[in-house]
Design a binder for this molecule. Sequence first.
Ligand SMILES: [Zn+2]
Length: 270
Amino acid sequence: MELIFLGTGGGRVVACSQKRATGGFVIKEENFQIHVDPGPGALIRCIQNHIDVSKTKYLFLSHAHFEHVAGTWEIVEAMSGGGLRKGGSILMNKSCAFGARGEEIFSPILQEYWKNFLEIKVLEAGEEIDFPEFSIKTCRAIHEDPYAVGAIFKFKSITIGYTGDTMFSKEIAESYRGCDLLILNVLRPNNFKLKMHMCTIEAIEFLKYSEVKNAILQHFGMKMLRVGPEREALFIKQATGKNVIAATDNLRVDLRKFIMQEGLGKYYEK
Ligand SMILES: [Zn+2]
């Protein structure tokens, strides 16, 4: 079982310049995979990372911002053989399915013809759905997209939380308790707060309340890249005593080794 980062960029400037890639990430098992938040360039990033998109059985969209969904069309086409192969599910929040009016106005990205070959599940925060290979529990997120969600992917051997884009809230952090690993979207460094997102100082609070021992940071904006995500990860690690790393584009984490070696700390000690 593997976790592959097809991009670690966040925000408009980084996504448009591709200073960091924005393909989302994939949780890969032997016979299937879950692709999460396929932003611009998702398909080409899969190909560059030798990911067979025809094995993508589940596609998860946390919210309707372009650097999380712009690659959806190409992934849907590739995972379904251009619509010829039935099967697979697309799990999306309400804004992706129906559009929304919040701080920003979103149109639906869901195409009617996808319903001919994919199962469509529209997720709201607090739902729990079982699939044959895993279960997903959606968590609340506070973001410009009023229906944005985070998710907890529960497999037999490991539970992975993904915050999606959200601002810090004690309650949201607590909803990730019990995860073995948390993927945390931290747009900005230090105390450079931006409404509806998290900076380093807020990520420290988030990790404390979530009680999760292992975290991987991603979704870096320009300010974060200038400072260096590795430096910020080290700062968070020292402040919390938890195992924290900053993801890099194309990073592959062997989750089986991760589980056997009791977490990210020992996994990265080599
Ligand atoms: Zn967003």
